[in-house]
Design a protein around this ligand. Structure first.
Ligand code: SF4
Ligand code: SF4
Length: 476
C-alpha cells in the first residue's frame, strides 16, 4: 500500500466561481443582542432570593464584625497576617489557605457531579449581583415589554430620568461593593473615613474605583457575557456531568410535539404534547437560550425557566415539571443513581482533605522557636573549665495574647542554659534572645552533639516546642 497522499493542484484563477471548493467568508463575530428578561415568581426564585440576601448580607457585614478585638475576616497585607473567623494565619500558613481553596474547589466539583450548576445559578457573585441589578432595572424601567418599548422610544425627559436613575442606583451598589471588597484588606471604618477626608493612600482609591467599575460593567452591562465567554468554569463543568447528574431539563417525551391550544384543552384532544409553545421559558432566561433544545453550556442552572413553565402548567391544569431538575437517565426512562463511583471518589477525597485540614488546624502551634548557632567560635572554656556554646534564639508569638516563654536545654548530662531563660513576647511579635549553653567536658562524648531547646509558656500549658541544634565540644 502506498504511503503517499494524493494532492491535487488547484489554480484559483481557473476554478469556476460556483465550485464547491469556493472559499466563503464567515463572520466570526456576532454582535450582542440585548436580552430583556421577564420577571418570574416561583419556588426556585424564592430560594434564589433567600440565597442572595444571605450571601450579600455576609459580604456587606463580615468586614464590620470583630471578635475579641480581632476582625472576623481581614487580609492585613502590610502586617502579612490573615484573620479568618478568629484564627490568625501568617505567611508560613500559606499552605493552609491554599488547602482551604483546594477543598473549596473540590467541594464545587462534588456538588456539580450531583446537582449540576447550582453554584452558578444560586451563589456565584456574578449571578447574585446581576440578579440585584436586574431587580433594580425592573423596578425603575418596568416590565420586559415596558423596557423594550423604552429602549426603542426617542429621547424624552421620562427616558432620561429613568435611565439616569437606574445607572445611578447601579453605580451606588457598585461603589458599596468596591468599598466593601477593599474593606477586607484595609480596615473598613478607617477606609470610609480616609476616603471621605481624602486621606487614604493611592492604592485604596485605585482598588475601590477598579471594583466599582468592574461591578457596574459585569452586573449592569456584560451580564450573561461573563458566563458565556469569560468564566472558565462554564467551559469545563461538562466533564463533571454524567447521565446521573441533576440539571435543569425539558422533558421532550412529555412536551413534544409542542403547539398552541386553548386553556383547559387536554393535550390528547389536539394530538400534542404538554408544551403549549408559549415561549415564556425563553423570555425569562438570563442567557437567552431555549432549554427545549437540550442541555447547553450557556445554561447557568438558575431554574427561572422551571418557575415560568410551572406557572404555565398550573394555568393549563397540567401537571407541573415539564421543565424540572432531572437526570439524563430519568428523561430517557432509565434508572437514575445518585450514589455512583464518581460521587464516592469526590466524596472520599473531600472528606479526607477536610479531615487533614481540621487536624492541622487543631494541632497548629501558636509560636515558633528557631535556634541559630553562633558561627564565630566552635566552643569556649569557662573559668570553671566547662565547655560553652553560644546561640541566638528567634521566638515568634503567633497567639492573640502576650506570652511569657521559658526556655531550657536537654541532650547531655548536666547541660544547662546560663543566659536569660525567660522572655515576655507581645502578641504577634517576634523577639531575639542570645543564649549561652554550658556542659561538663566529661559528659561530652563526641565533638558534635545533638541537643534540644524546649520552650514552654506560662499562659498556654499545652505549648511545648522542641527545636534541635548542635553542641560542639572537644570530644573524648
Ligand atoms: S414555558 Fe413550558 S409550555 Fe411554555 S414554551 Fe416553555 S416549555 Fe413550553
Ligand atoms: S435555560 Fe436559562 S432560565 Fe433555564 S436554567 Fe438555564 S439559564 Fe436558567
Amino acid at each position: 500500500m502506498s504511503n503517499e497522499i494524493p494532492v491535487k493542484q488547484i489554480d484559483p484563477a481557473t476554478e469556476p466561481s460556483n465550485n464547491k471548493n469556493k472559499i466563503e467568508t464567515v463572520e466570526l463575530y456576532a454582535s450582542r443582542k440585548k436580552i430583556y428578561t421577564r420577571e418570574v415568581k416561583g419556588v426556585f426564585q424564592r430560594i434564589r432570593f433567600i440565597s442572595l440576601i444571605a450571601l450579600m448580607g455576609m459580604f456587606f457585614l463580615f468586614c464590620w464584625i470583630s471578635i475579641n478585638g480581632q476582625p472576623l475576616i481581614h487580609f492585613d497585607l502590610p502586617a502579612r497576617e490573615f484573620h479568618l473567623y478568629g484564627a490568625t494565619f501568617f505567611p508560613k500558613d500559606f499552605f493552609l489557605l491554599s488547602g482551604m481553596l483546594i477543598i473549596a474547589a473540590f467541594g464545587l466539583f462534588f456538588i456539580t457531579t450531583l446537582f449540576g450548576r447550582v453554584w452558578c445559578g444560586y451563589t456565584c457573585p456574578q449571578t447574585v449581583w446581576t440578579f440585584i441589578f436586574m431587580w433594580i432595572e425592573t423596578r425603575v424601567e418596568g416590565s420586559r415589554n415596558a423596557r423594550i418599548k423604552l429602549d426603542k422610544a426617542p429621547r424624552s425627559a421620562e427616558k432620561i430620568i429613568k435611565k439616569t436613575t437606574k445607572h445611578s442606583l447601579w453605580l451606588l451598589i457598585a461603589l458599596a461593593t468596591g468599598l466593601t471588597f477593599v474593606g477586607y484588606f484595609y480596615p473598613i471604618r478607617e477606609l470610609i473615613v480616609d476616603i471621605a477626608t481624602l486621606n487614604a493612600n493611592g492604592w485604596a482609591y485605585f482598588w475601590v474605583a477598579f471594583f466599582t467599575v468592574a461591578t457596574y460593567l459585569n452586573a449592569g452591562w456584560l451580564r450573561e457575557q461573563v458566563c458565556l465567554y469569560m468564566c472558565p468554569y462554564a467551559r469545563f463543568q461538562s466533564v463533571m456531568y454524567d447521565p446521573n447528574t441533576l440539571a435543569v431539563a425539558y422533558d421532550p417525551n412529555r412536551g413534544e410535539p409542542r403547539g398552541g391550544r386553548k386553556k383547559g384543552v387536554a393535550p390528547s384532544e389536539v394530538g400534542l404534547g404538554d408544551c403549549i409553545d408559549c415561549g415564556l421559558c425563553v423570555q425569562v432566561c438570563p442567557t437567552g437560550i431555549d432549554i427545549r433544545d437540550g442541555l447547553q453550556y450557556e445554561c447557568i442552572g438558575c431554574a427561572l425557566c422551571i418557575d415560568a413553565c410551572d406557572e404555565v402548567m398550573e394555568k393549563m391544569d397540567y401537571p407541573k415539571g415539564l421543565i424540572r431538575y432531572a437526570t439524563e437517565n430519568e428523561l430517557e426512562e432509565r434508572p437514575s443513581k445518585i450514589l455512583r463511583p464518581r460521587t464516592f471518589g469526590y466524596g472520599a477525597a473531600l472528606t479526607l482533605m477536610i479531615a487533614v485540614l481540621v487536624f492541622i488546624l487543631a494541632t497548629r502551634v501558636p509560636a515558633e522557636l528557631d535556634v541559630l548557632r553562633d558561627r564565630g567560635a566552635l566552643f569556649n572554656y569557662t573559668g570553671q573549665g566547662l565547655v560553652e556554646n553560644s546561640y541566638t534564639l528567634k521566638i515568634a508569638n503567633l497567639s492573640e495574647i502576650p506570652q511569657t516563654y521559658h526556655i531550657r536545654v536537654e541532650g547531655l548530662d548536666g547541660i544547662r542554659l546560663t543566659s536569660k531563660s525567660k522572655l515576655l513576647v507581645a502578641s504577634r511579635e517576634h523577639a531575639s534572645l542570645p543564649a549561652v549553653v554550658e556542659a561538663d567536658p566529661d559528659a561530652i562524648q563526641d565533638t558534635n552533639n545533638t541537643i534540644r531547646f524546649i520552650m514552654t509558656s506560662e499562659q498556654d500549658e499545652a505549648l511545648n516546642i522542641v527545636t534541635e541544634s548542635r553542641f560542639v565540644g572537644p570530644g573524648q
